[in-house]
Each structure stands twice: as C-alpha cells, then as structure tokens.
Design a protein around this ligand. Structure first.
Ligand code: FMN
Length: 136
C-alpha cells in the first residue's frame, strides 16, 4: 500500500556562522523533521533512523572537534545510512572528512552528497529541500 512504509530520518549539523545550519534547516523542512546541532542537549540519535543527514564545514582544513566527537558517539545500529552535506569556502574536503569518520563507526554512507560554497541562497536552500526529499 502506497505510503504505508514511512522512512525515518534525522538531521544533525555543526555550524559556527550559520551557513551549514541553513542547509540543515532546508533538509529538515524537506523531510519533515528538525535540524539539531550536534552540541544540543537532544542531539543523540536514540531511535533507529533510515537516513541520518549530517553536515559540517571546514575550519583551517579540518572539521570541528564537536562534529568529530559527535560522529564517534553515534551507534551504527541506529543509523542505516548517512547522507553528508557541507558548506565551506575553498574545498569540498569536509565531505570526505565527515564520510571517513562515519565509516570508522561502521556506518554506511551514501555516495550522494550536498555541497554549497559558503552561505546558501534561497534557490540553493530550495535545492537542499528537494535533495532531501529524494531519500524519503
Ligand atoms: C576560522 C575559519 C577557518 C576556515 N577555514 C576554511 C578552510 O580551511 N577551508 C575552507 O574551504 N573554508 C574554510 N572556512 C570557511 C568556512 O568553511 C565556511 O565559511 C563555511 O560555510 C562555514 O560554515 P558555518 O557557517 O556552518 O560554520 C573557514 C572559516 C573560518 C571562520
């Protein structure tokens, strides 16, 4: 029966100046969930999800320790698949760094990623919303 199978998803991000947060919020809008910062009290993924959207940016060639530690706290049995997104200025390398950390946790990571250079404009936010819907 169409619609009987509902995919569960969650959105987690780390953002210093709000660029990645805007992408996270667009993804959350697309999937009907909340975007939660990895350092928020309710950041833990307590119930298994089919898709975890997880994003961050590059700061001095690396991802923030908060994000790294958060990924290391994830339980692979609660995340069937992760989808990585990022903003940053010079390179997309944050995508690889986040993917590597997730793989170390034994979490399956989608080949599909989402990246915007710096602050996403409204068109890009709409693109992020549409991107996220594909995974439902
Ligand atoms: C202290 C600092 C260091 C940064 N280092 C890099 C970098 O090494 N490579 C890069 O591509 N962007 C770098 N950026 C740009 C950020 O990744 C970019 O502005 C990103 O969109 C910030 O995301 P946020 O607003 O979600 O924190 C840096 C920004 C700051 C503030």
């Amino acid at each position: 029966m169409k619609g009987a199978f509902i995919m569960k998803s969650a959105v987690r991000y780390y953002s210093r100046s709000g660029n990645t947060r805007l992408v996270a919020e667009a993804i959350a809008k697309g999937t009907g969930t909340q975007a939660v910062s990895v350092d928020a009290a309710d950041a833990e993924v307590r119930e298994p999800v089919d898709v975890l959207f997880i994003g961050g940016a590059l700061y001095a060639y690396g991802i923030d320790t908060n994000l790294k530690e958060y990924i290391r706290s994830l339980k692979k049995e609660n995340v069937a698949k992760a989808v990585v997104f990022s903003t940053s200025w010079v390179s997309k390398h944050a995508l690889d760094l986040i993917r590597e950390e997730l793989k170390k946790q034994g979490i399956r990571v989608s080949e599909e990623t989402l990246y915007f250079r710096g602050k996403p404009n409204e068109k890009q936010q709409a693109e992020a919303e549409k991107f996220a819907k594909k995974f439902l």
